[in-house]
Design a protein around this ligand. Structure first.
Ligand code: F6P
Length: 326
């Protein structure tokens, strides 16, 4: 197939800062290359319901700095069914869409892969998730902004923790991945960081806290990834304080503030590069791949590889936490 005449773009799954910058890049690269671009609203849900709009250069003015996504987002159960997928295909055909840029995370790409195994409209993915949990890219869109949001929040918690001589358990997002916890925890000087990728030893947490107590350390911060296998921040705090009742303990869940806000410069630039590369990939006839950036180079990785596993949590970074909490 030659260059597509019309392409579609959508955002899906958990939104992330930088999605708007990416939509802008897709629309403007398309126009630059003489391709019409249509926006599909609410991810796969809008594809099934036929909510497809024309996009011009002006449709994406003044959005590079905005969090969220102007195309809205959703997690679709209906797209998992053959009927939902067939309806989506019919709507894409009706709109004359000959290639699609999917901006989202692992669920989005699993859906795209399944669609591409039944239907011939090519899909190219851009990694848009704060979790940084996709293989084939060093960073996903939104991750840099999210860790900076988390660090700023933890800094504020440290102020009050220190004033009151308290121990805080701070839960950050990351259902299956500990990247947000690890980076924001190191950046905020956390005493311990608990991630789902490694087995959490409560003994070692207790040991670190007791050592700190022994040298009159007045406050401590433990960062817990939402998906840690030892439990959520409340459960872990309860188990730890049962053994350390002399600590004045509080729990803080950062939650969805990590998903919003104006994207960092790094996220805006990455979104612009990957959005352009995704359109170029469709022009080059690629399909069923995610575009990522690895060691400063644009790379294409098949959807099933991107979603099957994620980059490893570096053991050196975990060691760093241990060393710096002495
Ligand atoms: O995928 C991004 C993410 O923010 C995860 O870190 C988190 O576990 C999940 O989405 C929360 O999803 P929802 O907003 O649907 O509750």
């Amino acid at each position: 197939m030659g260059k597509p005449g019309t392409i579609g773009v959508f955002t899906s799954g958990g939104d992330s800062p930088g999605m708007n910058a990416c939509i802008r890049a897709v629309v403007r690269t398309g126009i630059y290359r003489g391709i019409k671009v249509k926006g599909i609203m609410r991810g796969y849900e809008g594809m099934i319901d036929g909510e497809i709009i024309d996009m011009e250069s002006g449709s994406v003015s003044n959005i590079i700095q905005r969090g969220g996504t102007i195309l809205k987002s959703a997690r679709s159960q209906r797209f998992r069914t053959p009927e939902g997928m067939a309806q989506a295909y019919e709507n894409l055909q009706k709109a004359g869409i000959e290639g699609v840029v999917a901006i989202g995370g692992d669920g989005t790409f699993r859906g795209a892969k399944e669609f591409n195994s039944h239907y011939s409209i090519p899909f190219v993915g851009v990694p848009g998730t704060i979790d940084n949990d996709l293989f084939g890219t060093d960073f996903t869109l939104g991750y840099d902004t999210a860790i900076n949001t988390a660090v700023r929040a933890i800094d504020k918690i440290r102020d009050t923790a220190s004033s009151h001589n308290r121990l805080f358990f701070v839960e950050v997002m990351g259902r299956d991945a500990g990247f947000i916890a690890l980076r924001s925890g190191i950046g905020a000087g956390a005493e311990c960081i608990l991630v789902p990728e490694t087995e959490t030893s409560l003994e070692s947490v207790i040991n670190t806290l007791e050592k700190g107590w022994g040298r009159q350390k007045s406050s401590s911060i433990i960062v817990v990834a939402e998906g840690d296998e030892a439990g959520n921040a409340f459960e872990i705090a309860e188990k730890v304080t049962a053994r350390l009742p002399h600590f004045d303990t509080r729990v803080s869940i950062l939650g969805h503030i990590q998903r919003g806000g104006s994207p960092s410069c790094m996220d805006r630039v990455l979104a612009s590069e990957l959005g352009m590369a995704a359109v170029e990939a469709l022009i080059d006839g690629r399909s069923n791949v995610m575009v990522g950036k690895v060691h400063k180079e644009i790379k294409y990785v098949p959807f099933d590889q991107a979603t099957k596993h994620h980059n490893q949590i570096s053991p050196n970074m975990l060691k760093l936490v241990e060393i710096l909490s002495v």
